[in-house]
Design a protein around this ligand. Structure first.
Ligand code: R5P
Length: 322
């Protein structure tokens, strides 16, 4: 009796009158203009014009070329490679938006770089994921992201976080390349829960691999857990960076008698360095990633890109509705 009702989880429920009358703007940095355009198109708005320049000394200058007085602004910028540059560009954009009158700022970071720095492995490293989350909250009220490397990192976000999953979209796209002998494979222990999610959505069995990282580029698959003989593996992960994890997983699966009909799926296709060339030698049925990062055409691979634009746009619609 007399207790206050608990605060509603949705920030919209606590909006001030000023916030209730805000107009929505979508602006973007240079990390993924294609996705930004797709999100704006799905919301039926034009991207707010911004000018971003690299100076000869390496500094970035950002200007927002429209007033944002009283507005609710969504800045689209994955912190993809070069992660530090894209992060700083996002913070500079936030500063420019605020100075042009934005009332509320949401960082839409479909790929959250530095997420793998989520603990001190040898007790002496920086915890980059925590630092970046803290930095973003110095300029943004809310952060929207897709498939964090490790769901436990949510604990690093001390204010409003919206965490979307692209797994149902990828699972839907995978359906076309499945056969009766398909099996989901998690390429390391960290991906086992993710593998189970795909297995549940697609009603498939699941196996996993025990991996050891030898260097930034090279990993070694120590053991395959589960029977993959005469099966078509669907190897899933949250991200593909150098491709080392996937290559060693596929080699181990082939050595354990799987069929040379491999499918690879991951939310974030960083594909740094020669990752695409490394994959060209694998017996791939399909390689599926999303567009959280720009995906150049890859004619040498059976590649498919699934867009997260509508999923992100739908959430922005909800967040911007008083
Ligand atoms: C590691 O824990 C991640 O989930 C990925 O397996 C890893 O980051 C992929 O990196 P790479 O492609 O360089 O092996």
């Amino acid at each position: 009796m007399g207790d206050k009702p608990p605060p509603k989880p949705d920030g919209a429920a606590q909006m001030t009158d000023e916030e209730k009358h805000m107009r929505m703007n979508i602006a973007a940095g240079r990390a993924n203009p294609i996705l930004a355009e797709a999100i704006a198109a799905a919301l039926d708005v034009q991207l707010t014009p911004c000018t971003i320049e690299d100076f000869p000394d390496g500094e970035i200058q950002v200007s927002v070329d429209d007033t944002l007085r009283g507005n609710d602004v969504y800045l689209i910028q994955p912190t993809s490679p070069p992660a530090s540059k894209h992060l700083l560009e996002l913070l500079l954009l936030a500063d420019a938006c605020r100075r042009r009158g934005a009332v509320r700022l949401t960082a839409v970071v479909p790929y959250f770089g530095y997420a793998r720095q989520d603990r001190r492995v040898h007790g002496k490293e920086a915890v980059g994921a925590r630092l970046i989350a803290d930095l973003l909250y110095t300029r943004f009220e809310r952060i929207l992201t897709v498939d964090l490397h490790n769901p436990a990192i949510e604990g690093f976000f001390s204010a409003h976080l919206e965490h979307l999953s692209a797994v149902p979209l990828l699972a839907q796209a995978l359906r076309q390349s499945l056969s009766a002998d398909s099996i989901i494979v998690a390429p390391d222990l960290g991906a086992v829960k993710l593998g189970q999610q795909y297995a549940d959505l697609l009603d498939l069995p699941v196996a996993h691999i025990q991996k050891v990282r030898l260097s930034g580029r090279q990993v070694s698959a120590r053991r395959v857990v589960g029977d993959v003989r005469n099966r078509s593996p669907v190897v899933i992960d949250d991200m593909i960076s150098t491709g080392g994890t996937m290559v060693s997983a596929v080699e181990a699966l082939l050595a354990h008698g799987c069929l040379p009909e491999i499918t690879i799926a991951a939310t974030h296709g960083l594909m740094v360095g020669d990752a695409a060339q490394r994959f060209a030698h694998l017996p791939l049925r399909k390689l599926i990633v999303t567009d959280t990062l720009v995906q150049p055409p890859r004619p040498s691979l059976p590649a498919e890109t699934v867009s997260v634009s509508h999923m992100v746009a739908e959430l922005i619609k909800v967040l911007s509705t008083p």
